[in-house]
Design a protein around this ligand. Structure first.
Ligand code: GDP
Length: 454
């Protein structure tokens, strides 16, 4: 396989590199080496509460998403093989390039050979790197796996990393910029939820009968296919969340792949519509997906589907439980629909478009600072061991989701509860239902205030 010439083009997202390999080959050490500066950037984002399996990073001059499949299947199996199978399966689902790590001290093991066999059956570019290769030529044995030239590195000491980065960079597919004359959608909506809740049925109801969406494309494509739906005087983009389709045997893989695909979809969407099956309950996985949508900056709506299967009592019970479970999330609208009979689907779409607009909310600096003062007067920030905490000035740094930077005399002293209060107050004042407002606090001085001594 000539891997370096394997330059395909992918649209609208970053290339995905998935790391696979046996336990203890040093995956996390190499992962951390490759991440470099990115960690600081992640730490800068408020509200990111879900553990990250995927991380954006720079490989040479190229941006990509690095995914460690190492966690999949571990802990649930004593045997290594099923865990490895799960990793490889997940990697094949999500990756543009697989990064296969071997152990130079241990040499080629039967598990490595099994991984290579699995990978060879697919036309996916593989970069093979041999870690712990402190002894000269310890990578040579890995030639026999037929995965191309193995590169020797020592993740712990940093040897070989530069060569390896150059190699990996050359294998990343190119990104295609979206064409300029393309009509900007009025809203970009991702429909999310567990398999079988009725996502495809809902999308079909929106699209109309003439434009069916293929509902089960597992393994046939790694790339998402978004569809544009004519809406009023423009279009609404329905963002494909390919990973939420039904596939895989091991639930770990389904959730892992669904997550990575969901993150990619959230990057292209401004609103996420979470579909729940009204005849089933709400589970932890649903909550995680909703939290992820918000962390990734999407406005969120919930659609409880299969209304036709529910009696009024059952609905009330479901709604009560749902409201209880969602109490930690931004106030979210809940809709009752039956995708199958198209009941409630039009209203849901209208509301999703409105939520997209709310997510793009912009506020003038004067108005923002008047709000900040009144919010502070209504509820003072708790003092810091007797010292007054004062929010001095705020400015909006971006939108979708609205992000507000607040200059504060003691940013470290601000508790999460106060941050939450501000977010809620802001959301309420400007009627931003379902929108996450990101507040960051900085100790820097108000850039517009005259210099003065404290
Ligand atoms: P997806 O995996 O989330 O895309 O789910 P599908 O759209 O493929 O739907 C899964 C199953 O639920 C199919 O058999 C649908 O016909 C059924 N379904 C979808 N919406 C409804 C609904 O409103 N009521 C009922 N009774 N069944 C529905």
């Amino acid at each position: 396989m000539n891997q370096t010439s394997n330059h395909q083009k992918i649209a609208g997202r970053l290339p995905v590199v998935a790391i696979v390999g046996r336990p203890n080959v040093g995956k996390s050490t190499l992962f951390n080496r490759l991440l470099g500066k990115r960690k600081a950037i992640v730490g800068d984002r408020p509200g990111v509460t879900v553990d990250r399996l995927e991380t954006e990073c720079l490989i040479g001059a190229r941006e990509c998403v690095l995914v460690d499949t190492g966690g999949i299947g571990e802990g649930t199996h004593d045997l290594m093989q099923p865990a490895i199978d799960a990793q490889v399966e997940a990697a094949l689902e999500i990756a543009d390039v697989v990064l296969f790590i071997g152990d130079g001290k241990a040499g080629v093991t039967p598990v490595d050979a099994a991984i290579a066999n699995k990978l060879r059956r697919h036309h996916i570019p593989v970069a093979i790197v041999v870690n712990k290769a402190e002894k000269p030529n310890s990578e040579l044995e890995f030639f026999k796996l037929g995965m191309g030239d193995p590169i020797a590195v020592s993740a712990a000491h940093g040897d070989g990393i530069r060569d390896f980065v150059i190699h990996l960079e050359s294998m990343l597919p190119d990104l295609v910029e979206s064409t300029e004359d393309e009509q900007a959608p009025l809203a970009s909506i991702a429909v999310i939820g567990r398999p079988n809740v009725g996502k495809s049925t809902l999308i079909n109801a929106w699209l109309g009968k003439q434009r069916m969406v293929v509902s089960d494309m597992a393994g046939t494509t790694r790339d998402a296919i978004d569809s544009d739906l004519p809406y009023r005087d423009g279009v609404v983009r329905l963002v494909d969340t390919a990973g939420q389709r039904k596939h895989g045997r091991i639930s770990d893989i389904i959730e892992f792949v669904a997550r990575v695909k969901a993150v990619q979809a959230f990057g292209r969407a401004d609103t996420a519509v979470m579909v729940l099956d009204g005849s089933e309950g709400v589970v932890e996985q649903d909550m995680r997906l909703m939290q992820l949508a918000q962390d990734e900056g999407c406005a969120l709506l919930v659609a409880v589907n299969k209304l036709d299967l529910l009696s009024e009592d059952e609905w009330n019970y479901f709604a009560e439980r749902l409201n209880f479970r969602m109490r930690g999330l931004a106030d979210i609208q809940i809709f009752r629909i039956s995708a199958k009979s198209s009941k409630g689907v039009k209203k849901l779409l209208d509301e999703a478009v409105r939520a997209s607009k709310r997510n793009r909310f912009e506020i003038g600096t004067g108005e923002l600072n008047r709000w900040l003062q009144s919010a502070q007067e209504a509820q003072h920030p708790p003092s810091d061991r007797g010292a007054v905490v004062k929010l001095k000035y705020a400015s909006q740094t971006s939108t979708s989701p609205p992000s507000i930077k607040v200059f504060c005399n003691r940013p470290q002293a601000l508790k999460t509860s106060y941050r939450r209060y501000l977010e809620q107050s802001f959301r309420k004042t400007y009627k931003l239902t379902g929108v996450t407002v990101r507040f960051t606090f900085t100790g820097g001085n108000n850039p517009y205030a005259p210099e003065k001594k404290h």
